[in-house]
Design a protein around this ligand. Structure first.
Ligand SMILES: Cc1cc2nc3c(=O)[nH]c(=O)nc-3n(C[C@H](O)[C@H](O)[C@H](O)COP(=O)(O)O)c2cc1C
Length: 378
């Protein structure tokens, strides 16, 4: 039955942007920038345009510089050609009435010398993150990285700022800083990968410093209400040694308290993908998003395993303002319409998440129109 009252489908005012609904497409690396310049393509523009009925799209994680790379065929936003390529994407989404943020990322030590002519990647400390890098020759184990110098950290902050400027020029509606586990920022936050003795290591304040330096730099080129950040405070699997520790809860309380004064577009928080019992963050097992709601004064976007029902529920109870959906958007370009008409969701093929060109990417059909009409009549 058609349900127009559901919370996911209500409009939302995000600063000066009006979102048509609260269904956000979460950032997803799809590795389709299959060209030497890592330039976004017309195929990518088609894929994003197909999903433009989302209240907001967050682009796949996008490299802020050539030093940020660590996964094949992921686009960048640091060259003229890349900016021009992104213009195709933002125009295609805007032409369909959608909005799109650029997700700005740096993978730090979770990369591989194959991306740097044999040179080691750099991270906060010379500590192997013990994860994998998807290189042109397949998944390879990470190595012990080089330690970033203080000057390189300053340059990295500037790279985020320049990338944010480029995103503006490319027609994006805002930017989201990619601080998801596995990336450079969490490598700074984690005691396991950050053993620096300068202003970027040691105390919670020092380890979190880079978060605020990056946001402060970006806010010089975008209004804060167009700037967001995505964290996975409790990622446990597939991220090597960057895992929750005894300081994770106070660390995020510190970050959230400070971020509360930033008036950001939103704080994007990924929930637990597995049982937290027995981990240093077991206290977050229940009422996870309420914890972040309580500690953060600003718009909260919730993510991880949400469904039509649980997405409506978290909005209705007031624990989040927006809900992002990742995997459901892969095989359901018309996810919003499927929610609107209570249509079943299609399942995605995992084999084409990170490869396959158009196959398993831009060839998932919308539910056929007669289905919508039938649903309207019922
Ligand atoms: C294929 C794939 C690629 C992803 N790439 C990114 C990425 O580039 N940046 C990011 O922050 N999260 C990335 N994620 C995580 C999603 O944004 C999201 O947090 C996760 O899929 C959980 O949401 P879901 O349960 O609705 O899928 C990716 C997820 C998938 C499935």
């Amino acid at each position: 039955m058609k349900n127009t009252a559901q919370a996911l489908l209500t409009e939302y005012q995000l600063g000066d942007l009006k979102l048509n609904n609260r269904v956000v497409m979460a950032p997803m690396t799809r590795a389709r920038a299959t060209n030497a310049g890592l330039v976004p393509t017309a195929l990518m523009a088609r894929y994003y345009a197909q999903r433009a009925s989302a209240g907001l799209i967050v682009s796949e994680g996008t490299w802020v510089s050539a030093k940020a790379i660590g996964f094949i065929n992921v686009p960048g936003i640091y060259t003229r050609e890349q900016i021009e390529g992104w213009k195709l994407v933002t125009k295609a989404v805007h032409d369909k009435g959608g909005l799109i943020f650029s997700q700005l990322g740096h993978i730090g030590s979770a990369s591989h010398p194959d991306f740097f002519d044999g040179e080691l990647p750099a991270g906060p400390s010379p500590i192997n993150p013990q994860t994998h890098s998807f290189t042109p020759e397949g998944f390879k184990e990470t190595l012990t990285p080089r330690e970033l110098t203080a000057a390189e950290i300053k340059q990295t902050v500037q790279d985020f700022k320049q990338a944010a400027k480029n995103a503006r020029e490319a027609g994006f509606d805002g930017v989201e800083v990619h601080a998801q586990a596995g990336m450079l920022i969490p490598q700074f936050l984690s005691m396991a990968t950050n053993q620096r003795t300068d202003a970027y290591g040691g105390s919670i304040e020092n380890r979190a410093r880079i978060v605020f330096e990056i946001l402060d730099a970006i806010i010089e080129v975008w209004d804060s209400t167009r700037v967001a950040i995505k964290f996975t405070p409790v990622a446990i699997s597939h991220v090597g040694i960057v895992k929750p520790d005894e300081e994770t809860i106070p660390l995020f309380q510190y970050i959230l308290k400070k971020l509360s004064d930033y008036n950001l577009a939103y704080l994007h928080i990924v929930g637990p993908a597995e049982d937290l019992a027995g981990t240093p963050v077991a206290a977050l097992q229940h009422n996870y998003f309420s914890h972040f709601r309580h500690h953060y004064r600003g718009r909260l976007m919730a993510n991880m395993g949400f469904t039509h029902e649980s997405g409506n529920a978290i909005l209705e109870e007031g624990t989040a303002d927006l809900v992002s959906f990742g995997t459901p958007f892969i095989a359901n370009p018309d996810l919003v319409e499927r929610f609107k008409y209570n249509l079943p969701l299609s399942a995605a093929n995992r084999d084409t998440y990170y490869a396959g060109n158009e196959n398993g990417y831009a060839d998932y059909p919308a539910a056929v129109l007669p289905d919508y009409k039938m649903a309207d009549r019922s």
